[in-house]
Write a protein that binds this ligand. Structure first.
Ligand code: AMP
Length: 426
């Protein structure tokens, strides 16, 4: 996708080109077309994902060519630094237009800001406190305002800005386009949004703040070298429990690196579980085929990295298994958000090696939930690490990732002898 496709004015495209924005980021791809229609919107995306341009470009496009002598757009943001930064982005993007912009924030002299407000600068980027000071002094008229943006809306509320924001909004025309951007969407923001937005489009990019309600979570402590064996044992349990009920199950397994996903998918195949595979080094054709196979039920298991799994939207994923505990706690929320979508139920299982306990603790802190610990009955957790003999090649036998799981070998899909597993993921 290119910026040309949005139908933006050539003056803006030239600025985009100078800034070396070669293609729109995901939030830009989704937010710009909606914003250009004039509809209110809530954009949920992390900082640093290009959301400033996502709202600045549609605004500038409407204000073009500028110099109307009235304040037509107001951007409210919680910190001075952000106000300055956003103003710079506006200035860069408006470089080939006559649109004027100014930042209004505390800690610096107010006369130049008052002048900008009086002159009717097209775009004002402000922190609420200083802007209210000016308004209280009778400086600044917003009757011609067309756009209001609340940037970092969650932080503004966290910092107790809500009363100030409400006082400012009370002075704005009701007829305007309002956009809110936030990394997370807590209840307060949603409530606020109902008060100030009209029929907003919701745009969600990336992580969500909290796990879906229908997900039941559990953690399986296990030595690193036994993880692959435990995973196979877990899959057998899932298969037995759910297979008996006749349910079609889809299991999404996350591993930390591309190499580990490759090895894991291979190990599962050897263990009798056919798995599709997605990660960033696979070709688009392979990725599409894997996803399609997972969607249509040809593969019940998909092994993925975080990066490749982002954006995966498959109905009916019953289990998400974290073969590795995600290092970034938000990734956990993102991963397990793949199951229990659209109010369905699902299970999230996390294999935790002793060295990963601190990552699990960070996750529990983020989601404010203690994840119950489980064990797989009959699994032999005591098997020791058996170093691979010198000079022995990798993975000669089908049993490499199979160990003594303590379960009678059912002959399931031709899996082989017990106790032959080696530490593939140590
Ligand atoms: P923001 O989330 O708006 O703070 O943007 C984060 C960084 O991404 C800034 O340095 C922007 O200049 C940059 N940026 C925004 N949009 C794009 C784009 N389409 N391509 C490349 N960089 C971008």
């Amino acid at each position: 996708m290119s910026f040309q496709q949005f139908g933006l004015h050539p003056d803006l495209l030239e600025a985009v080109h100078h800034l070396s924005y070669h293609e729109p980021t995901p939030i830009q791809q989704q937010a710009i077309p909606v914003a250009l229609t004039g509809r209110d919107l809530i954009g949920c995306a992390q900082t640093g994902t290009g959301k400033t341009a996502a709202f600045a470009l549609p605004i500038l496009n409407k204000l073009h060519p500028g110099r109307g002598g009235k304040i037509r757009a107001l951007i409210l943001t919680p910190t001075r630094e952000l106000a300055a930064q956003i103003n710079e982005v506006f200035q860069s993007l408006a470089a080939h237009t006559k649109i004027y912009t100014a930042a209004v924030y505390g800690g610096v002299g107010s006369p130049p800001q008052a002048r900008a407000l009086r002159l009717g600068t097209d775009v004002i980027v402000a922190t609420p406190g200083r802007l209210l000071d000016h308004l209280t002094n009778g400086v600044g008229r917003f009757d011609a305002l067309e756009f209001l943006v609340l940037d970092e809306a969650d932080r503004m509320l966290d910092m107790g800005f809500l009363p100030d924001v409400k006082r400012i909004i009370a002075r704005l025309p009701q007829r305007r386009q309002t956009m809110m951007f936030s990394a997370t969407m807590p209840k307060e923001i949603l409530q606020l949004s109902h008060q100030i937005l009209q029929d907003p489009a919701n745009i969600q990019i990336g992580r969500q703040a909290a796990p879906a309600e229908g997900v039941s979570q559990s953690a399986y402590p296990v030595a690193q070298h036994l993880k692959a064996d435990l995973l196979v044992a877990l899959l057998e349990v899932i298969e037995t429990e759910r297979g008996a009920a006749g349910n079609m199950e889809s299991v999404l397994i996350f591993a930390r690196t591309k190499v580990r996903t490759e090895r894991l998918a291979h190990a599962l195949k050897q263990g009798g579980f056919d798995a599709a595979l997605i990660h960033g080094d696979r070709t688009q054709g392979q990725r599409l085929a894997a996803l399609e196979g997972f969607r249509n039920g040809r593969y019940r298991i998909l092994v993925a990295t975080d990066i490749a799994a982002r954006g995966i939207d498959v109905d009916g994923i019953s289990h998400v298994i974290n073969f590795d505990v995600p290092v970034t706690p938000e990734d956990y929320v993102h991963r397990i958000g793949r199951t229990a979508r659209a109010k369905a139920v699902g299970e999230a299982l996390t294999l935790v090696a002793p060295g990963e306990e601190s990552f699990l603790a960070a996750i529990q802190q983020l989601i404010k939930t203690k994840i119950p610990r489980q064990t797989v009955p009959d699994f032999d957790y005591s098997r020791v690490f058996l170093p691979r003999p010198e000079g022995q090649g990798r993975r000669k036998k089908r049993s490499e990732f199979r160990g003594s799981n303590g379960r009678a070998n059912s002959g399931h899909r031709g899996r082989t002898r017990r106790g032959a597993g080696r530490p593939a993921f140590a």
